[in-house]
Design a protein around this ligand. Sequence first.
Ligand SMILES: [Zn+2]
Length: 328
Amino acid sequence: MSFARTIFGDVPTDVLGVVNCHDHLIRVGAGEVYLDPDHSLADVGKATEEASYFVKAAKAWAASGTVVDMCPANCGRDIRKLVEVNRATPDLHVIAATGFHREHVYLETTSHWVNRYSVNQIADLLIEDIESGIDAHDYSGPLVERTQYRAGVIKFASAYGKITDWEEKTLRAAAIASIKTGCPINTHTTAGTVALEQAERLISLGVPAGRIAIGHVQRNADVWYLSQITRLGCYLELDGTYRIKYLPDSSRVHLVRELGKLGFGQQLLLGTDSGKKSYQKAYGSVNGVDFDPAVFAPRLLAEGFERDYVEDLLMYNAQRFFAFGDPK
Ligand SMILES: [Zn+2]
């Protein structure tokens, strides 16, 4: 039976309901917060409020909703706070991440443990997060204290226009962890760059294409380019909703329409990546984590998209993607 790994356990994939494939409910500190304090999402009450808006919007489409919290290792994860949010939000499933963000957000990385440990040692840490439980201390070290709450997705991230040596090491560890556990990989591209190369590198290391989603690619809204990735069999993850400073939401509608016409509609995933206070309703924004079921999907229907396709985008594609594959 295919299952997805939520923090409260493995579930049949159809109970995930509406899936927000890349978002942030909790981030308690670390490099991103240092770079911009707007990234601090440490308040359980606010996160619970934000999650409740998502579940409410999801219920127009399904019995439940799932938020994939893409905060990776040593990046401000607080699995116990995330559990508190999940406990306080009925009909919500949460999938937590392991893996890595791009080197830049770890600040000065010369002495970072990614540089000190071997690829296999790093992979083992990811595997332990997936199979045993996420470290309560987010691999901020030196003590590791496993919780019972396991990761259900691996993050990999690269810089603008390149994969740094540090990132290449994390990529190899992510690939090993995915192959050994069957866990899907959901990536961060910086402004949509290096998207095809991420897919090609992961596939060349042995990760099945259907277990890879290349993320934030709406920032490079180039249908021909993106179709080179879907042709490999990978998924594309489109988020950055209501980020008008970068692109109008019509650009995302365009991608969904044109990639659908090319036959890649079953390989598209939606998220919002509302990973700052200023992107969340609980902190005063007019849009937030609920954007896809609340605003985007109704808009697609209003623009004449078939309901079946909209439901694939909101639910069924992600339910397929987040299913664990066979470990090797
Ligand atoms: Zn994010």
